[in-house]
Design a protein around this ligand. Sequence first.
Ligand code: C2E
Ligand code: MG
Ligand code: MG
Ligand code: MG
Length: 283
Amino acid sequence: IAKHDANSFIHVFDKNLHDLHQYESKILSRFDQALAQNEFVVYYQPKVDVDSNEIIGAEALVRWINNEGVLVPPTQFIELFEKNGQIQKLDFYVLEQVCKFQQMRIKQGKQLFTISSNFSRVHLFSNDFVQRLNTLVEQYGIPKSCIEIECTETAMAYDSEISIAILGQLQHEGYSVAMDDFGQAYSSLNTLRSMPLNVVKLDRGFLLATLDDEKEKANTIIRNIVSLIHDLNLKIVAEGVENLEQVVFLKSVNCDYIQGYYYSMPLSESAFIDLLSKGIFIR
Ligand code: C2E
Ligand code: MG
Ligand code: MG
Ligand code: MG
């Protein structure tokens, strides 16, 4: 590389870093204000029973509709908030919106279903996590079995002793516990063996194989994971299901629940309520 080129590369690199740093600083400095002004909005993505096509639950997924009206996906801020300590506030804020939603359903006499909320790894290391959850959920009078705590496999594997203890407490309190993104980390089987769980969410990556022989292998793995998870008396949710072919396959291997664009994108609360009033998916 000529000297000139190398220098201009460094220049561009610095500029990008600088922009990134500015972008991050801006996001971080606006967090408290954004929270206070309800810029964080909870979307709901249905989970569908493979046999009945009924909506049996949903996952709460946060979005940031910022003061310029732009919808910012969580992939652009969750990690930053994890590194800088805002994630605890945010995760509890999301759960509080879920509690409000459940409370509304109770008041309307609607049948409750379980809604899952994502909790970052940092909660597993906080002494008062379970206590704080209880306080919130009890304040809204929500049955704990209708709240599911999703933690990623990677988060659980990070310190398995602590995770086993905390997840055990959660189950003891009556919450449902789900392992998110199963199959993405290195120690999947170990983690599966040791963690107190109710539900395993199969990582979207398993459904991404496109070449024929790759797909055949991926499908063999999925088929065996489903049967392994059933033998452990757990339920399995397939994530990222986008087409009918995948649905047909997942039905054929007895997967319990499906979450993905094929049935529905994550929806705003009002769109989700509309969908619920229509009942089951007919497709
Ligand atoms: P996740 O918990 O694994 O959530 C599933 C992600 O897959 C969501 O992305 C969802 O929109 C997306 N998805 C669902 N179905 C499909 C599909 O058929 N195809 C494809 N390509 N994608 C699909 P989203 O909403 O952008 O969230 C990304 C991640 O951000 C989540 O992954 C979760 O790890 C994190 N996250 C979201 N909300 C929260 C939160 O309130 N707290 C924390 N700590 N993390 C959150
Ligand atoms: Mg999740
Ligand atoms: Mg996931
Ligand atoms: Mg994921």
